[in-house]
Design a protein around this ligand. Structure first.
Ligand code: ATP
Length: 305
């Protein structure tokens, strides 16, 4: 039987691929996807308010043109990871106190958010932030604020955004406050696209949306990735949906990556099914446990079989 490629990054002993927690795959020099990764996060620690330790050595990498999912429950540290990458921690009184983050091999430490945008990295925040009093089109245009390539180029991008989101074209003159949750999420993603990003950090795109709309949003993400080559790092609690659309996934628990692997392998992994896909569970009816509660020997036995 083919062995899954998943790596129990939190396991006490070296795992399947020989990756130990101190040297997770995110720490290798070359991406397993081939070539230098677009984004490389190397063992970062993040502290809020000088005392609250939230990320404890998170490493991950995103290849250029890839879709990578960062999975985990409430408070696992997904948003914090995205904030660290887009240099938005300072506004939350947070800082990266250990480790480093590289964009195409270049350390991003000290870059402002606008410099990150100029390098093609844009975060779409959780909760589909739109300017409620502005029309959909004016919201989209705010995304082009940093562009210096002229009105014609911006108009062409707007048309492209409308091609990807025909619903937004229909609602272009509606005030954002009076559009649906799905339309606001599309508007938030469309606004990010107006800056011509190379990589979008997408925080909980499924939050609060009906399943059919979630599917629609993920289909658009897939199209953007395949047709425009936009790279995505998406933080999601909706593991099922994210693993259907991502190439690769990382699972965060309490600020640590506890597992990573190709999305297709994670979908088939028994522990992922049990803890994150709502399949299986404790036969005695006791509450669901986390990865970290499960004895590592049991996990290793399963991974090595
Ligand atoms: P959710 O899906 O609920 O947003 P998450 O995985 O994105 O969860 P984070 O928002 O990164 O998790 O939060 C991780 C931990 O950091 C939580 O315990 C949270 O309370 C804490 N935290 C987040 N932001 C701050 C902040 N600005 N100040 C202090 N603690 C924070």
């Amino acid at each position: 039987m083919a062995k899954p490629e998943v790596t129990p990054a939190g396991a006490a002993e070296p795992a399947l691929q020989g990756r130990s927690p101190s040297a997770p795959s995110g720490g290798s020099e070359r991406s397993e996807f081939g070539g230098q990764p677009f984004l490389k996060v190397n063992g970062i620690e993040v502290i809020y308010n000088h005392v609250i330790l939230v990320l404890k050595g998170v490493s991950l990498q995103v290849p250029e043109g890839g879709v990578v999912a960062l999975l985990g429950g409430n408070g696992a540290g997904k948003t914090t990871t995205l904030r660290a990458v887009s240099n938005l921690l300072a506004g939350e009184r947070g800082e990266v106190t250990k480790g480093s983050i590289e964009l195409r091999g270049e350390c991003i430490k000290g870059l402002s958010t606008s410099e990150m945008v100029n390098r093609g990295v844009i975060q779409v925040m959780e909760g589909r932030h739109c300017f409620a009093h502005l029309s959909i089109e004016d919201n989209l245009m705010t995304g082009a604020y940093t562009r210096k390539d002229g009105k014609a180029a911006v108009a062409a991008t707007l048309e492209k955004v409308y091609n990807f989101f025909p619903r937004l074209k229909e609602r272009r003159s509606s005030q954002a406050a009076y559009t649906s949750g799905g339309e606001q999420q599309m508007c938030a993603i469309g606004r990010a696209l107006m800056a011509n990003p190379k990589m979008v950090l997408l925080d909980e795109p499924s939050m609060g949306l009906a399943p059919q709309i979630v599917e629609e949003v993920f289909e658009i993400v897939k199209n953007l990735n395949q047709r425009e080559g936009v790279t995505f790092l998406l933080a999601e609690q909706n593991t099922n949906m994210a693993l259907r659309y991502a190439d690769h996934g990382y699972i965060l628990e309490s600020g640590r990556i506890v597992m990573e692997g190709a999305a297709r392998d994670l979908r088939e992994n028994e522990d992922v099914k049990e803890f994150y896909l709502g399949m299986g569970g404790a036969s005695d009816g006791s509450p669901r446990k986390s990865f970290r509660d499960v004895k590592s020997y049991k996990r290793r036995k399963r991974w090595l079989s």
